[in-house]
Write a protein that binds this ligand. Structure first.
Ligand SMILES: *Cc1c(COP(=O)(O)O)cnc(C)c1O
Length: 220
């Protein structure tokens, strides 16, 4: 098996290549290493070679794994990429530097309260494939939720999506880019291991890559 740092290098190289094809500056693209279900011993090698952006999808798991790692590597930036329950909003705001999954007004309310103590960068997650189980705001309600987020003091810097599995992701990425443009938002959190290169070509500013960096996740 390749070492974590070789995989990191390979993913970075692919991002650079995709960015150049699209005439984009690769340094403007944040690679988030999604370390969900991987233990600190798998995460540490990436930290040791200087990687700093990591993603998790569960608050409790992140609370268990990251405080000790953050003590060792205080400049780490943690991204919440999973569905967030409103009653975990305060905990999430305390731990994460960026929350990618803001998708409904009940959550906006709780995050807004928490953000007074912990300013958190946010993305508005869009239900791009109209699959309710994945979370995300319906496309027709983006404008209203965007306003709610601004009023609550957690204005999003961009939109986030998870396209339907098993289909060509590019049309969904293009749609998310168009929707972000309509909202005047600059950032796009899109692209995972299978499709991050196409996401970069279509404007992703944040790609969320797990398997291509860490290998398969252990089964729960
Ligand atoms: C797990 C996860 C990823 C990473 O998925 P891979 O296919 O392993 O790269 C990205 N985004 C979200 C929201 C995830 O839950």
């Amino acid at each position: 098996m390749e070492k974590a740092e070789q995989r990191l290098e390979a993913v970075r190289t692919a991002i650079t290549r995709a960015a150049k094809v699209a005439g984009r500056d690769p340094s403007k693209i944040t690679l988030i290493a999604v370390s969900k279900m991987h233990e600190p011993d798998r995460i540490r090698p990436l930290l040791e070679v200087g990687h700093r952006d990591f993603g998790e999808n569960r608050v409790q798991e992140a609370q268990r794994k990251w405080p000790a790692l953050k003590e060792e590597f205080p400049d780490v930036r943690l991204h919440m990429v999973g569905r967030l329950q409103s009653n975990k909003a305060a905990d999430a705001a305390g731990l994460f530097d960026c929350i990618h999954s803001v998708d409904r007004s009940s959550l906006v309310k709780e995050l807004g309260k928490a953000a007074a103590d912990h300013p958190t960068r946010t993305f508005l997650q869009v239900d791009i494939g109209e699959e309710e189980q994945k979370g995300g705001c319906p496309i027709g309600e983006i404008g209203a939720l965007h306003s709610r987020m601004e009023e609550a003091g957690i204005a999003p810097t961009g939109l986030m999506c998870i396209p339907p599995a098993g289909t060509e992701a590019a049309p969904y990425f293009a749609l998310l880019a168009k929707l972000a443009g309509e909202q005047g938002l600059a950032d796009l959190s899109m692209g995972m291991s299978a499709d991050y290169e196409s996401a970069v070509m279509l404007g992703a500013t944040h790609v969320r890559v797990g398997t291509a960096l860490f290998g398969d996740r252990p089964s729960p």
